[in-house]
Design a protein around this ligand. Sequence first.
Ligand SMILES: O=P(O)(O)OC[C@H]1O[C@H](O)[C@H](O)[C@@H](O)[C@@H]1O
Length: 447
Amino acid sequence: MEAIRIDISKTLNFLSQSEIETYQSSVSKSRQALAQKTGAGNDFLGWLDLPNQIDSAYLEEIKQTAHHLKSISEVVVVVGIGGSYLGAKAVIDALSHHFSHLKIGGQTPLVLYAGQNICADYHADLLEIVNEREYSVVVISKSGTTTEPAIAFRLLKQNLEERYGKEGAKERIVAITDPQGGALRKMATNEGYKTFSIPPDVGGRYSVLTPVGLLPIAIAGFDIEQLVTGAKDMKRLSESTPTLQENPVSLYAVVRNILYKKGKKTEILVNYHPRLQYFAEWWKQLYGESEGKDGKGIFPASVNFTSDLHSMGQWIQDGERTIFETILSVKNTKKRIDIPYDSTNLDKMNYLVGKSLQEVNKQAELGTLLAHVEGGVPNVLIEIPVINEYYIGQLIYFFEKACAISGYILEVNPFDQPGVEAYKNNMFALLGKEGYEKLAEELKAKL
Ligand SMILES: O=P(O)(O)OC[C@H]1O[C@H](O)[C@H](O)[C@@H](O)[C@@H]1O
């Protein structure tokens, strides 16, 4: 089976092969620290072996649960935030029909999301929609104490119980959380919900290959076995090629660190396919929370081309030269559509007749790449043969492993996120949570 490929040739105006070579020992050390679990955050390395640990019996249990929810639901609401929803949404969006919500007679339930914001209108609209349909809820929280999903789940749980009764609601709720701790585990045990556990040594942003991602993806009708196989193959590839230049994972980690040191402080993940928009959101959490600390870290951004070429294109071409781009370059689309002939040719598009849309999109990609490199923006290319479960699985493991290596090169702990607590503490204090009285006073004095 083919593998996703990295092409760094369009960064070589900005860095040299010999510079890359100087990172060989740092990469070897990082890889060793990961393999031997001796580096910072070594109690959060469970994701490294996940693809090999997931056996078919476990996948079967997930599929059975998915089947049950599918059989009783037109809509399944996935409640979660951050790593407890982005992986599922990234994969489901990447694989779904673009207009699945309007498909008539679809076999699989529509997956919707809640608890990823605290917007009243969003949740009121969601309740309105689910009340017109048969629905179920998958509530996901590693800690089991995160405010946003807890509020959304409270709303949905009450709604389900009013509608289906306590017993009926129980059949429609699955909880995915810590095996022992946290409020959600306690509630699930008390209420008798079906549960799956998130391994304690797998952090939220690395958890897409646990039930956190796998259950919603299976509910949406996708092949979770292929997803895991793709990850497994990328794991093997990343481990079997120690030479930096031949190892796509290490090479990506190194190139982005070199560019960062040369003042390229923002990395923009580029796609030319709307189905990849949320893949970039998943990637942003992965890299943002892993590297943005101790006053360091590349700022992970994303754009959707060609749409954003008509808005952000100007900045990227001519703005401050502190950026580099990483393109998710898709070789083939699943479907083909050709540009039709028009006898009037008023739009002057007849020169494209017979060309496929993918060919046009590809030339847009190439033209943009050349223009941006010319404009002083290094471009890393990550080529994906086609968007399917298998290659998305490869891509997930590729970015996870590269992120860990990159974080170690940067000398940060890529597995914690202490900075996220600051807003939470302020929010709790402002909302009057017990124990936050002193902070509340301090904050109010500043307002
Ligand atoms: O799964 P949970 O414990 O609810 O956490 C959900 C998310 O929120 C936190 O604040 C963290 O910053 C994220 O890393 C995490 O993925």
